[in-house]
Design a protein. Sequence first.
Length: 225
Amino acid sequence: MTGDVFLKTVFHFFPRLTRWLNQIEDPRNKNKITYEPGHLLWLGIFLFLLRLGSKRRIKYKLATEYFLKNLSRFCSGYNQKVAHHDTVEYLFSGLGPGQMHRVRHKMINRLIRMKALEKYRLLGKYYMIAVDGTGHIVFSKRHCPHCLTKEKDGKVLYYYHNVLEAKIVTSTGLALSVETEFILNSDGATKQDCELAAFYRMAPRLKKKFSQLKICLCYNMGSLW
């Protein structure tokens, strides 16, 4: 996909996306801000879209005149050069997860209201939402008391966190995240017990956010029951 095609796709489906990104509760000192939140958040988005692997590669892969020109088409404000990766990290480190969750919710609502997913409804009526656990992050040392562990021969190989994801899925392979809940470890609990508990924490939020939406939940029976 070329830059022009990507730009047209974003502006067609999410014309207010940059505005939504700029509306987050910025945790930075307002007197020391150079870059708008949208600039930094778009860099974070491209970090994943382009599979750069490390935030440090923003400096080496994205700090070009060509990329800056394209980035300026998405966001206004100070765009004389691409922000340093430490500046991007500083913003993300101060954001609560609810900030980006609200942006995600606005994006999903936009797709539903413009009926972009209408033809994928089950029996022409129900949006299919798949719920399943998935890997998230891995650590060589314990990160927190809720870390899950991978063991072999009585030794811990690594610590990790899984999340329970709820995604709108379609027959064409689209999987659009609508809700996320961390799977927490507890003494004596199995993986299945943890995923089920995570689902019970997630369910009220899912119901509240999409109270008027007709949905069909698709479960991994081995995980939730």
